[in-house]
Design a protein around this ligand. Structure first.
Ligand SMILES: [Zn+2]
Ligand SMILES: [Zn+2]
Length: 388
């Protein structure tokens, strides 16, 4: 029986001693193994994972390694479990935890900053200066599940209480896995960008963050909200999530089209989610003078940028890492209020045992997969179910 000292459990949620967990071996090699169920410490809880979504960053980590960092290095062959966009049920409380109760449904943020560096003190814990310093003598208290500590491709995970987001009872498990993605878009637009109602926004690239970026921008009162991309079916989902205009970059010049829609002057914000090599230069010509570009994706190789244009036009360019300043809570509030239907980006569901197939669907965009979700708990016999 799982009965560690100083940990509160409940007979309503019996916890086994071992759990099923996928472990990363060499690059692209995942094995389903048994691990001991981890034990929450002070200010931590044990989450029974009910569902986990696959992110492009998971594919990066499994194939290349970074931005995961385990024991100060690459994540391969270190008994590491990836996966970070999970939700579930609180089933055990570490010492001193009274903020959450056993049985409560939560979704999770990824980053628990060290709490003592300059950025953590500013609330920018996703940019913690002690990122990855969480082992042995250099343990600074930093945690990033699925990046620097064990993540969600398993039955249970430990979370610091600061990374928990309570979810509404009406929200499905699948929808709850999307809160952190919407929270990332929220962080880029409001906390980092300073967006206020009535400002104009272009989102380039209709992937999960781009599509939910459209939804969040619209819910925040941005106007107009414009989405650019190359696939009409994705642009159509963008429309359903709140885009006032969509531009297919294969059919018209997106820079010209954006400027035409905004009196020739361009927009206040571009959220760049395509990672195309020319994207920064195009974004710089889509924003107006003094406008802002949020970079949420990147090309595989360094790209050439027309810096003179950025300088002469007082354009702000900033990268975004994760979902700081509790932006995830604000995203969950929008979703609980049904301000947009995030489930429009959820396309496929698999069981935990079928993770390799789920990853293949996400990587190769089989059947135009956008967000692929793995159901972890109570659905062991579930095979693939396409979202309605
Ligand atoms: Zn992610
Ligand atoms: Zn820190």
């Amino acid at each position: 029986m799982y009965e560690p000292d100083h940990v509160k459990t409940s007979p309503d949620f019996p916890i086994p001693e071992t759990m099923r967990a996928w472990v990363l071996g060499d690059p692209d090699q995942l094995t389903l193994t048994k691990k001991p169920v981890p034990v929450p410490k002070r200010a931590e809880v044990l989450v029974r994972i009910d569902a986990v979504a696959i992110c492009a960053t998971d594919l990066e980590i499994i194939h290349h390694g970074p931005p995961a960092s385990i024991l100060g290095g690459m994540p391969f062959n270190k008994n590491f479990t990836p996966g970070h966009e999970y939700m579930g049920t609180v089933v055990a409380l570490g010492q001193g935890v009274d903020e959450y109760r056993i049985g409560q449904r939560v979704t999770v943020e990824i980053h628990a900053g060290c709490g003592q560096c300059k950025r953590c003190r500013e609330g920018m814990y996703t940019a913690c200066h002690n990122y990855g310093l969480n082992y042995g003598d250099v343990d600074k208290g930093h945690r990033a599940n699925g990046f620097t500590t064990d993540g969600g491709f398993a039955e249970y995970a430990i979370n610091n209480i600061n990374t928990l987001v309570p979810i509404s009872d009406e929200m499905s498990d699948e929808e709850a896995t999307l809160v952190v993605t919407a929270g990332t878009a929220m962080y880029g637009l409001t906390e980092l960008g300073g967006l206020v109602a009535g400002e104009s926004v272009v989102v380039t690239g209709p992937g999960p963050i781009g599509l939910l970026g459209v939804a969040v921008a619209k819910a925040l009162g941005a106007s107009p909200v414009i989405l650019t991309g190359t696939r009409d079916n994705r642009l159509q989902i963008g429309k359903e999530l709140g885009a006032d205009y969509v531009i297919n970059a294969k059919k018209e010049d997106p820079v010209e089209a954006v400027r035409k829609l905004n009196g020739g002057k361009g927009v206040d914000y571009v959220v760049e989610c395509s990672g195309a090599p020319e994207a920064v230069n195009e974004a710089a010509r889509m924003v107006n003078r003094g406008g802002r570009i949020c970079l949420a994706a990147f090309p595989g190789k360094p790209a050439e940028v027309d810096i003179a244009h950025i300088v002469r036009n007082n354009i702000y360019v900033y990268g975004i890492r994760g979902e700081g300043k509790s932006a995830t809570h604000r995203a969950e509030a929008f979703m609980a209020q049904k301000r947009f239907d995030a489930t429009k980006v959820h396309t496929h569901t698999f069981a935990l045992d079928d993770l390799p197939t789920a990853l293949k669907y996400a990587r190769e965009r089989i059947e135009d997969a956008i967000k692929v979700v793995v159901k972890t708990h109570g659905h062991a016999a579930l095979s693939r179910v396409a979202a309605e």
